[in-house]
Write a protein that binds this ligand. Structure first.
Ligand code: ADP
Ligand code: MG
Length: 355
């Protein structure tokens, strides 16, 4: 078992720097999820921790030991990838135990570890099968089994469920949560899946362009994003941004004439444009002609999403439980409780904290 400490780590490929100085502490036993848009550096960061990519500068400690330039095999980590990379000619049993066999671990010890891992992963009935006779989920379980038998201090997962269909993803997500509970080992998990990040993580790390935007517990990030990027990235459908004007201690919303919200900010900001952040569940569509046009309605049964736009092209999504009760093309108004509104500087994207 081990925690991690990343200090000022950077990565360049030739002259191009892709990780620009990341500082991060991960506690022993924590489940940490890296999220961010494609190309932001999630895999690179994970591979640097694994030792599969050289670290250009900075320091990586695992369990209090500087491993920045230590061989991957000596870091006490095991990594699970999106592609399972199983040996097709070997059985499940042989695949799971192969790494140990290569390391000349005695056969009895291998057998014991394989049985234990297959118990945890419910692979018992498939031990004699070859990978081609397994489902995608079972194959990914074998890949995880291969990681478990190594008894790592830290598990690293890079989008391990991306190749599975929706139903299997859900099943494997629950499995991975259970695995973490059972083993109590530190896990770092890369995903672009909102639900995986929200449900698995003790702590989410939001990355953008090779830098950390914010670190926090899932609901902290959801409720208290530091900036527009995090606000828009965490949550699905995403947070809505509505343009308003701040002046004389009050905010007016361009598309809702006649409404004014009292506001006082810590940064003593001067009058000017401000962006209101509101989650879909906090915006009500009102069937009264107004400045919003209904572009699309999605009724999922339990919940409906109403896609709205203003004449100036500002798009928002309003969530309603049950039926939508509005039609495409209808002109409507919106309402919201200002306690749910977050404010952002439209230029910098930074949160404007109220007094
Ligand atoms: P993510 O996993 O978040 O989608 P990556 O970590 O794979 O992103 O990539 C981060 C950035 O580093 C991207 O801009 C990518 O093009 C670049 N990159 C990754 N691997 C290499 C490489 N071997 N050579 C050059 N650039 C790379
Ligand atoms: Mg990646």
């Amino acid at each position: 078992m081990a925690g991690l400490n990343l200090s000022k780590i950077k990565k360049s490929y030739g002259k191009i720097e892709v990780i620009h100085g990341v500082d991060l502490d991960i506690d022993d036993g924590e489940f940490v999820v890296f999220v961010g848009p494609s190309g932001c550096g999630k895999s690179t960061l994970l591979r640097m921790i694994a030792g599969l990519e050289e670290t250009t500068s900075g320091q990586i400690d695992i369990g209090g030991r500087d491993v920045t330039h230590v061989d991957p095999a000596e870091r006490g980590i095991a990594m699970v990838f999106q592609t399972y990379a199983l040996y097709p000619h070997m059985t499940v049993e042989e695949n799971v135990g192969f790494g140990l066999k290569m390391n000349k671990v005695p056969k009895e010890e291998i057998d014991e570890k394989v049985v234990r891992a297959s118990d945890i992963l419910k692979l018992g009935p498939y031990l004699k099968r070859k990978p081609k006779a397994l489902s995608g989920g079972q194959r990914q379980r074998v890949a995880i089994g291969r990681a478990i038998v190594r008894g790592p201090e830290v598990f690293l997962f890079d989008e391990p469920l991306s190749n599975l269909d929706a139903e299997l993803r859900l099943e494997m997500r629950v499995e991975i949560a259970r695995l973490h509970k059972e083993l109590g080992t530190t896990m770092i998990y890369v995903t672009h899946d909102q639900v995986e990040a929200m449900t698995l993580a003790d702590k989410i790390v939001v990355l953008k362009d090779g830098l950390i935007e914010q670190v926090g517990a899932p609901l902290d990030l959801y409720e208290n994003p530091d900036n527009k990027f995090v606000a828009g990235f965490i949550g699905s459908p995403a947070m809505n941004f509505i343009s308003g004007e701040f002046k004389d201690g009050a905010i007016t919303v361009n598309a809702i004439p006649g409404r004014s919200l009292k506001a006082e900010f810590k940064d003593n900001r001067s009058a000017g444009p401000i962006s209101l952040g509101l989650r879909p569940e906090h915006i009500q569509t009102v069937s009264e002609p107004g400045n919003y046009n209904v572009d699309l309605v999605e009724e999922l049964g339990g919940v409906s999403y109403i896609y709205l736009s203003t004449q100036s092209g500002e798009k928002i999504i309003s969530e309603k439980s049950g039926r939508a009760n509005v039609k495409i093309g209808e002109s409507v108004s919106i309402s919201f409780d200002p306690v749910h509104a977050l404010y952002f500087d439209p230029e910098s994207g930074l949160r404007c904290y109220s007094v």
